[in-house]
Design a binder for this molecule. Structure first.
Ligand code: ATP
Length: 249
């Protein structure tokens, strides 16, 4: 569970987040949507204290993060994974090494690391690409490595900052499918910041609309499901000609 209580954050004189309170219950897939500059990413980064609030309290998994010293905060963050729009993989490390690094940092028992890395890569469908480097992967595959890395330490919460905004519709579906699977299989609470309405509508069961640093409203929604993309040339022609009834040149 994530609880923000009257949280505020300013950058110089600019009030990016204005006394926001929000509760996200365990097991939710919670979307945060709104116009550019509304404060979505800042709100997400306040949930793991990547941004330190000027005022207010942040509680995650029953722990008040805003009360913890830096050592305790590092420990608490192990149960909060995060993924980013631009994946943030280490370019000169292999897929395997990118995931292993997060276990090393968390001092995960050495003998169990290899099995855990493989288990996580298998979960995201990339155990066949362990020796590749990020530059050899598609955008969707890179994001799946980032998800495996975030998953490695068994987080209870996964924070996703524009996770599909660098991806085409096909790979967007692939990444959303993995996120949904993580939620269903392990009960991980997922928060997704996105400016893409279709993304929020497809897998989120709750959504918060932000405007000018405040919450406009939080609504319960019935996820519409992930759009299956047809990559056939016929599909593209049908889309271009709407009903597919235009004569071909
Ligand atoms: N580190 C920072 N220093 C100064 N201003 C910042 C910083 N981070 C965010 N801001 C400002 O705070 C406001 C909210 O930014 P934020 O990135 O949270 O918005 P957003 O809703 O996620 O927008 P976008 O969809 O464009 O990323 C913006 O005006 C932004 O310029």
């Amino acid at each position: 569970m994530i609880k923000l209580h009257q949280v505020s954050k300013s950058f110089s004189q600019f009030h990016a987040i204005k006394s926001v309170s929000l509760t996200i219950n365990k097991g939710e897939i919670h979307g945060i949507i709104g116009a550019s500059g509304a404060g979505k990413s800042t709100l997400l980064r306040l949930m793991n204290l990547l941004e330190i609030p000027d005022e207010g309290e942040v509680e995650v998994n029953g722990q008040r993060l805003t009360n913890l010293n830096s050592k305790a905060l590092r420990q608490a963050r192990k149960s909060i994974g995060m993924i980013f729009q631009h994946f943030n993989l280490v370019a000169n490390k292999t897929v395997y090494e990118n995931v292993a690094v997060s276990l090393e940092l968390a001092k995960f028992p050495k003998r169990e690391r290899r099995n855990r890395v493989i288990e996580c890569l298998r979960f995201v469908g990339l155990d066949g690409l362990m020796e590749k480097y990020p530059a050899q992967l598609s955008g969707g595959q890179k994001q799946r490595v980032a998800i495996a890395r975030a998953l490695a330490n068994n987080p209870q919460v996964l924070l996703c900052d524009e996770p599909t905004s660098s991806l085409d519709p096909n790979t967007t579906g692939e990444v959303l499918g993995v996120l949904e699977n993580i939620n269903k299989s392990f009960g991980v609470t997922i928060v997704i910041v996105s400016h893409e309405m279709e993304v929020v509508k497809s897998i989120c069961n709750h959504a918060t609309v932000m405007a000018a640093g405040e919450i406009y409203e939080t609504v319960v929604i019935d996820p519409s499901g992930i759009q299956q993309i047809d990559n056939s040339p016929k599909y593209f022609i049908n889309q271009l000609t709407e009903a597919g009834d235009m004569s071909h040149a």
